[in-house]
Design a protein around this ligand. Sequence first.
Ligand code: ATP
Ligand code: MG
Length: 263
Amino acid sequence: MAKVFAIANQKGGVGKTTTCINLAASLVATKRRVLLIDLDPQGNATMGSGVDKHALERSVYDLLIGECDLGEAMHFSEHGGYQLLPANRDLTAAEVVLLEMQMKESRLRNALAPIRENYDYILIDCPPSLSMLTLNALVAADGVIIPMQCEYFALEGLSDLVDNIKRIGAKINPELKIEGLLRTMYDPRLSLINDVSAQLKEHFGEQLYDTVIPRNIRLAEAPSFGMPALAYDKQSRGALAYLELANEMVRRQRRKARTAAAV
Ligand SMILES: Nc1ncnc2c1ncn2[C@@H]1O[C@H](COP(=O)(O)OP(=O)(O)OP(=O)(O)O)[C@@H](O)[C@H]1O
Ligand SMILES: [Mg+2]
């Protein structure tokens, strides 16, 4: 049964999409079956997966409003090796259309229910907002992965996101947890980075991934070729860091499964 993770942070440009694409490809490289869901009208994860967002007949929008079934919207990322539910600007309308629908926060969760067993991991790329779309992702997910840049203001927005996760947990999805906090675009030369890292460790403890993603030009270049860094330059520091993250994630899952079995 797939673990479903929402990659979320309402702050823009922190590396959500980069993490989604590269983590998906790295999990495939470790022989996991992966589905990536683009839930952002910007369609960046779609383009970065090598699928043209302007040429979609069906997208995750049609799926959410019940206009098509999963098979019709599904694509495959050739260079990433994962399945993709793509998005484009059509998804902007979902904010309004969903409001009038029943079970509006659970549309994605219900749509995924029949295929969860076909995958090991389902990753959802969220838009930079705490919108109805992000809410659908948080209701569908078992856990949230929060990418963030280690800068002073990063900690401020974080508390809004964490509050929201707790609120949703209490109300609709009690299973929802913070799966991990990921430091992206990491530059060890910045003097405040150790302070911020220490604060994160203090607040989030084990939830902070040991793996950090360095600032790496290959990670920024690869999406314009519709590729993860692993396909574009597999020796790059960026590609290697995301492979390490995939391994850390899989190790965590195993440890959790062992602990649960022992109880
Ligand atoms: N580790 C990295 N090193 C260098 N550039 C990066 C790195 N991670 C992301 N970038 C670049 O930073 C920009 C923002 O990254 P990305 O699109 O992944 O963020 P995002 O959180 O998904 O943004 P949005 O909130 O708009 O959806 C992109 O141009 C991306 O290529
Ligand atoms: Mg994005």
